[in-house]
Design a protein around this ligand. Structure first.
Ligand code: SF4
Length: 466
């Protein structure tokens, strides 16, 4: 059962906006950006939500109204794999209004979706919805800051200031449980070489303590930021919520800034699973990824919290350049070592997708040896994890291949979205020549391509020395 303080009834003459999340409710309701958009739209229009697992995405959750009866559809694209469902919803619904897409995938590279939407919003849309709302055609959107309709040569990504937090939110059973989402920061101060977030949400911004809400509806909050523990007042924020009797669930944690006091506070906040992302167990590859968490730092953190958490979840990546089978086995050895401190361990291992706008954008997908070796590495990991009683969350390799093609593709990839075999598009998995123009070059995220290329060359030089 949802608590929804924003829902409005349809009225003649008031525009109807569909907010479509082409994935499951549990993820959509846990998205703080969608909460803000929904609240803002319901200030001056009527906005209802669509999720892939509610009426198959074809009718709104609030009133069961068909998508085709809405004037505008705003699609939030958080993952490349959501493109398939988004297109299915558009086709099956017979929607004829204005179709706009936004979200991190659009900020990354909207080219594969050009034939399916009227316009794309590149950036953070909060505070700008009313301005674009009265627009009637895609032509009118062209020229408005942040919009891409396929004709613009350059689009500068827009971002917002982090002011006062929403005081009210829809409360539903989401990925963090039934809780209030508290966004404490946006963007990231770190420089991990594979990370899209640090590029598309730059500059890093922190919300001040006095702008944070202390909700009355629930006694649980999720602290949202790409790297919440980097907030200069993270400990203070955690303590404040704990003192007020809240359960707290941080969206992610970094091992290198967790001291004993923070870990104790997390335990008091009822955090049961400690989730960390070392990404690799090899010191050299960690330097390549600029993750800057050494195996020693990880061990130290896990050692001091052995009595505080029931489970440890570790995230890793494979398919890195210069990565050997021995490097992959190190993941299992590291997890096995951590088992001495927290007996229940789960590892999640995903292939690296060299994302647009990151210094790794020119890399091939899969690492040396390509897909065949990648498949073997996954099999080895699965076998070894069973041997040592480590829970293993196995990646679906085909999904990652599709993700890489859609992230790096151009308009020609639209066929893949209409059912063509991915083998026709494997050229988008290959390494890219550094001089080549890229489909996403038209987006200005504020970095210089030349600087990114220099960063890439230095990282590759380092790998070659391994
Ligand atoms: S991976 Fe995490 S810590 Fe690294 S830059 Fe991205 S958001 Fe920041």
């Amino acid at each position: 059962m949802e608590f929804n303080p924003f829902q409005r009834r349809f009225r003649k003459g008031v525009k109807k906006v569909a907010l479509v999340y082409p994935n499951r409710y549990v993820g959509g309701i846990a998205n703080v950006g969608l909460q803000r958009i929904y609240a803002e739209l319901n200030d001056f229009a009527i906005c209802e939500r669509f999720y892939s697992d509610v009426f198959n995405g074809l009718r709104s959750l609030e009133s069961g109204t068909p998508l085709s009866e809405f004037d505008v559809a705003l699609f939030s694209l958080q993952y490349e794999m959501d493109y398939f469902k988004a297109i299915e919803i558009l086709k099956k619904s017979g929607f004829r209004g204005l179709k706009i897409a936004g979200g991190p995938c659009v900020m990354e590279n909207p080219k594969p979706l050009l034939g399916f939407f009227d316009a794309f919003f590149i950036g953070e849309v909060e505070g700008r919805l009313e301005e674009i709302f009265y627009v009637r055609s895609p032509e009118e959107l062209s020229g408005i800051e942040g919009f891409y309709t396929g004709k613009e040569e350059k689009v500068k990504r827009v971002y917002s200031r982090l002011g006062k937090h929403l005081e009210k939110e829809i409360i539903g059973e989401g990925a963090y449980g039934r809780c209030f989402l508290v966004e404490i920061g946006r963007g990231c101060v770190r420089k991990c070489s594979f990370c899209l977030v640090r590029q598309i949400y730059a500059p890093p911004r922190w919300r001040k303590i006095e702008d944070l809400p202390f909700p009355e509806e629930v006694k649980k909050v999720a602290l949202i930021a790409p790297s919440p523990t980097d907030h200069p007042s993270f400990k203070e924020i955690l303590q404040l919520f704990v003192e007020k009797g809240f359960e707290v669930s941080p969206s992610s944690l970094r091992a290198d800034n967790l001291d004993e006091e923070t870990l104790e506070l997390l335990k008091m906040a009822n955090v049961k699973t400690l989730t960390l992302a070392p990404e690799t167990a090899s010191q050299e590859l960690s330097e390549f990824l600029r993750k800057d968490i050494s195996p020693e730092e990880l061990r130290n953190v896990v050692e001091i919290c052995s009595d505080k958490f029931e489970k440890l979840k570790l995230y890793y990546m494979i398919g890195l350049p210069g990565e050997s089978f021995e490097d992959v086995l190190k993941i299992v050895y590291q997890a096995k070592e951590m088992k001495n401190f927290i007996p229940r361990i789960e590892i999640s291992v995903n292939p690296l997708v060299p994302k647009p706008h990151t210094p790794l954008q020119w890399l091939s997908f899969g690492g040396e040896g390509g897909l065949e070796k990648l498949r073997m590495k996954i099999e080895i990991l699965e076998r070894e994890c069973v041997k040592f009683g480590i829970e293993f969350s196995k990646p679906d390799l085909k999904e990652f291949i599709l993700q890489a093609i859609l992230a790096r593709g151009d308009e020609s990839v639209s066929g893949l979205l209409e059912g063509e075999n991915f083998r026709k598009y494997t050229r988008f998995l290959e390494a890219i020549e550094i001089e080549k123009e890229l489909p996403w070059d038209f987006i200005d995220h504020g970095y210089k391509k030349q600087r990114l290329a220099e960063e890439f060359e230095k990282l590759i030089e380092r790998v070659e020395k391994i």
